[in-house]
Structures are given as structure tokens and as C-alpha cells.
Design a binder for this molecule. Structure first.
Ligand SMILES: [Ca+2]
Length: 390
């Protein structure tokens, strides 16, 4: 009997328990490789202290550090950008920004300060016949009434569509001087179907030079019937993107009911939406043919079902917490958590949900020059939090 028991034990390897969540919406979907979902739950040895730096922000969306340590924070619903000091002091809204469509999920969104003396920000631009994401840049003039001068729009997402959903909006400054901009597919069916169309910006990551011109090594340059700014396609709605220590672009995007994804973004690759996904329609019906894999389409590095609703993302340097070096931190809206992923060889080997006791929707995650994680919470009384590992 003892021998039999041992044999059974050996034949059934212990399955490491994942982070406890609800049941999958689509349990019949199986991962394409081990560890693609529900990785082992891990517990950080690094303790944290969380300080509320300020509150009263109107749906803050994006955060970027100025060279002097102060921050620029966009307020989605107010359509504004403010300067925030490390002491929590808030400037008046910065003057000089173009009009913003601040309905629904739209508003003032991403922001980047890549160190060239200019500020870059994304916003939903009100247009004849609808709206579309735009990216502008300008020079910040400091003072009691701060303003942006020399403002120029360097990118306009096309086509224009009447939808207040899924704009994308993160701006990532690449090491080669270009900018990546993440773009959603606008959610409604006429938009969704364009995620696979290369003559549309919907459901794409685009790459532009800082003056708005097109880098000559973009994959579709010179190809008839395509938009030359496109870098990768088949995305749904990307509200989280960052570079890793090697300068590679990672993103996390929203699925529907199930199917949030972490992807390593490679030039000219098709990330599958809406042809393949690990989620289903909010109605419970399959999306398209209900496929999770297809030839020529990339698999996510990791997926979630149920979803976390990812927004904002940082890959940690290790400065204050060596344990966290190379870990991915993603803000969770619906999951109301700071999601920590442990990576090894570009695969996820551990997952943890931090700050769950706070029950706050986390909109953006940035590692500050001080090695702390700086978070924005999504609320009409949104907060700026400083998370210090210790
Ligand atoms: Ca995908």
C-alpha cells in the first residue's frame, strides 16, 4: 500500500497555488504554455510603507517626473495637467493645452518628459464627427501661473470616430529618441474590426519621431494602403506600457470578460485581437470564432481571467528593493490592486497582489528617481501615493 501511495504522489506533481481569484469566465480555454496564466502566488519579503502625497485630483491618469523631482500629473476628467511637488503642493492647471474631449473614458491622458526640454502629452481631441487621440508637445514655463508654450500637435489617431471608449493613450520614450504611443480600438464594433486593418490606427502601437515625423525604419513605411506610423497591431486597449532594463517595450492590455494580457512588443507583430483572445464578450458569447491561437499571431506572455483591468506599469530597477529587480508592477483598476509579476526568461513565474487592503483603483505606476513607486488612484478624489520599499 505504501508503494502505491508513493506512486500516486509522484504521478501528481503539486500544482503551486495561484493568487486566489474568482473562477475563469472561459474555463475551457487552456494556456498555450505552462505558466501563461495563474502563475504561482508569491509573497514579497520586501515590506512597504505607503504615503498619501496628495488627493483631490480629478481622475488622474498619467504621471511623469520633471528633472527637479516635481511631477506632472494629468487629470482625465478635468482635461488638465498640474505640477505636483514632492510635498503634495499642487499648481493651478497648466495653461496653453488644446481643448480636450473629457467624456466617458476620454480626457487628458498620457504624459512623458523624456529629457529634451519638452513635455509630451496625449488627450482625446474633439473633432468634427467624433474624437480621436492626439499627442502634443510644448515647453513648460514655470511660475505661479504655469503654461505650455510653443504647443504643437505631433500625432493624430485616425480615423475619427464617435466613441468614448478604448483610446489607449500611454506615451513611452524609447532609447533611440522615438516615441511609442499605445492606441485602443474604440470598443464599438466598427472600431474593433480595424484592429487588424493596417490602414487604421485603431488597436495599434505607433512609433513616431519627437517632431511627429515617421521613422524610416518603421515596418510599414512605403507599403501601399498602410499607415507608416504603425509598429505592432491586433491590440484591444492598452493603458499600460513601459521599457525594461534592455530598452524593450512591454505592454498590458484590457481583454473583455477575461483575456487581459501582458505582451512583449516586437516590431511588425500581430497581437491577435479580435481574432484570438482568452476572453469572451460581456454577454458571455464567444468573440469571433472563440479562438485563443492562430498562425502568425503572437501569444501573450501572460493572461488573466478574471481580469485585473491593467492601467499603468513599471519594471522595477531594484534601487531600493533588490528583490524586486526586473519585477513588473501593474496598476489594477477593477482588481483594485498593485499587481507584481516575477519574470524569468521573459515568462511569468510568480504573481502577487499588493495594496489590496486600500481598495483603490490604481491608474498609473511610475518608479521615481528615488526608487519609490509613485501611484495614481482613479477617482474623482484621486490620490497620489508614494510606495517605499523597505
Ligand atoms: Ca492578444
Amino acid at each position: 500500500m505504501r508503494r502505491l501511495a508513493l506512486a500516486v504522489l509522484l504521478a501528481t506533481p503539486a500544482i503551486a497555488a495561484p493568487v486566489p481569484t474568482g473562477p475563469a469566465n472561459v474555463p475551457e480555454f487552456k494556456p498555450a504554455f505552462a505558466g501563461q496564466t495563474r502563475a504561482e502566488a508569491v509573497v514579497s519579503k520586501t515590506a512597504t510603507s505607503v504615503t498619501e502625497i496628495t488627493g483631490g485630483l480629478n481622475a488622474p491618469w498619467g504621471l511623469a517626473f520633471l528633472p527637479d523631482g516635481r511631477m506632472l500629473v494629468t487629470e482625465k476628467a478635468a482635461g488638465t495637467i498640474r505640477i505636483i511637488g514632492q510635498d503634495g503642493s499642487k499648481s493651478a492647471p497648466i495653461a496653453g493645452t488644446p481643448p480636450v474631449n473629457a467624456k466617458g473614458q476620454m480626457g487628458m491622458m498620457g504624459i512623458a518628459v523624456p529629457g529634451d526640454g519638452k513635455v509630451y502629452w496625449s488627450y482625446s481631441e474633439p473633432r468634427e464627427g467624433g474624437n480621436g487621440l492626439a499627442v502634443a508637445r510644448g515647453t513648460l514655463v514655470d511660475g505661479p501661473e504655469p503654461k505650455l508654450t510653443g504647443v504643437e500637435v505631433i500625432f493624430r489617431m485616425l480615423p475619427t470616430l464617435e466613441s468614448n471608449y478604448h483610446a489607449g493613450g500611454r506615451i513611452v520614450a524609447a532609447r533611440d529618441g522615438t516615441l511609442f504611443i499605445t492606441l485602443g480600438e474604440r470598443s464599438i464594433l466598427p472600431g474593433r474590426m480595424q484592429a487588424q486593418k493596417l490602414d487604421s490606427d485603431f488597436g495599434k502601437i505607433v512609433r513616431i519621431n519627437r517632431d511627429g515625423s515617421i521613422p524610416r525604419d518603421n515596418p510599414l513605411v512605403g507599403k501601399a494602403g498602410t499607415r507608416p506610423e504603425i509598429w505592432s497591431w491586433g491590440h484591444r486597449n492598452i493603458l499600460a506600457a513601459t521599457l525594461d532594463a534592455k530598452g524593450r517595450l512591454w505592454e498590458a492590455e484590457h481583454g473583455a470578460k477575461g483575456g487581459d494580457e501582458l505582451n512583449l512588443v516586437v516590431k511588425a507583430k500581430d497581437y491577435g485581437w479580435p481574432t484570438i483572445t482568452y476572453g469572451e464578450e460581456y454577454s458571455g458569447k464567444p468573440i469571433g470564432d472563440g479562438l485563443t491561437q492562430a498562425p502568425g499571431m503572437e501569444q501573450p506572455v501572460y493572461y488573466w481571467d478574471p481580469v485585473i483591468a491593467p492601467s499603468g506599469m513599471a519594471i522595477y530597477s531594484g534601487r531600493l528593493a533588490p528583490e524586486w529587480r526586473g519585477n513588473v508592477f501593474i496598476g489594477g483598476l477593477g482588481s483594485m490592486a498593485l499587481v507584481r509579476l516575477v519574470l524569468k526568461n521573459d515568462r511569468v513565474i510568480g504573481e502577487e497582489r499588493l495594496l489590496t487592503d486600500r481598495k483603490q483603483r490604481i491608474r498609473d505606476v511610475v518608479e521615481g528617481p528615488d526608487g519609490a513607486l509613485w501611484l495614481l488612484t482613479d477617482a474623482t478624489d484621486g490620490k497620489l501615493l508614494r510606495v517605499v520599499p523597505k
